[in-house]
Write a protein that binds this ligand. Sequence first.
Ligand SMILES: NC(=O)c1ccc[n+]([C@@H]2O[C@H](COP(=O)([O-])OP(=O)(O)OC[C@H]3O[C@@H](n4cnc5c(N)ncnc54)[C@H](O)[C@@H]3O)[C@@H](O)[C@H]2O)c1
Length: 304
Amino acid sequence: MALVELDPSLLSTLKDKVVVLTGGAIGIGRSAVEQFHANGAKVVFGDVIDEPAQELASTLGPSVRYMHCDTACYADQLALFATAEKEFGHVDIVVANAGVGQQGKDIYAPDQDINEEPSLKEIDVNLKGVLFTARIGQHYLRKVGGGDLVLLSSIAGFKEMGGLTPYMASKHGVIGLLRALRLTALPENIRINVICPWMTKTRLVAPVEGGWYKLGLPTNEPADVARAIIICATANRGTGGKTHEGAVLPFSGKILYIAGGKAYEIEDKLQELEPEWLGKENSEVLAKGQAYLQSDGTSWDSLK
Ligand SMILES: NC(=O)c1ccc[n+]([C@@H]2O[C@H](COP(=O)([O-])OP(=O)(O)OC[C@H]3O[C@@H](n4cnc5c(N)ncnc54)[C@H](O)[C@@H]3O)[C@@H](O)[C@H]2O)c1
């Protein structure tokens, strides 16, 4: 684990960069839109709640555009990115932030009607939507020779917890997406990083807020998580190897855990300690298998 702290001198690298962000009307996404804008970036953001989104865009002015975009809808996302390119010429930074939680509806509880197909909205928005954003985002980042893709997962992406099953599966899926893409993306100069916020004061956590505060557990402001998004979007943009305090370059394939307002990188240590938790021999043999699967001559296409 490594504490990563924003170096404000890197904020100037955001000037005139074009950001596409999903779910920017309220909460963490809104704060990220504000921070990108405050540092000179142009932002095109989508959401499904038009009123606060339009209000934000009109407050911030013409360098921030809002477009209705349901992230679970591929055509909506295509249109969001196309708008960014049309309005501002290209895309440099992509943030897959939109997310939902259907708290209080445990579809795996014994009292559920098994004949009724459950809603899997969390999978549609938090996972399918993020898969779409990453796919379309990569396409646009390639056009400018690379850029930054930041994906929102959660502590629900790596810890266990009952009662939020589709949410947990969706957020674990985002970490799977990071690990699936990071090897092939980096040679294209596309840096993919994941944010895992712990309790952050937004409407998403309203049902459990009271008890949380009574216990005095750490919380994040939406601005703290937005700052971690900015850290990911700027870590590789310094000159002469300059980056944020505690960040290791290339800053790619990382997972930032956000708690008590601070950002900690947790993925490097997890990978480094594999021989301990998997066993030295298992780890060595696995590395050989992975090297074979990644090698140029290997294909998953049975016709090749
Ligand atoms: N608040 C926390 O404690 C916490 C913890 C871990 C992860 N997260 C993640 O952070 C991200 C932001 O959440 P938040 O806490 O700001 O919640 P929020 O509810 O305040 O904001 C979520 C935003 O996503 C938008 N959205 C929802 N469905 C959408 C869809 N289909 N298409 C487009 N936009 C959609 C909402 O309208 C809203 O603007 C989410 O991915 C969430 O899972 C939050």
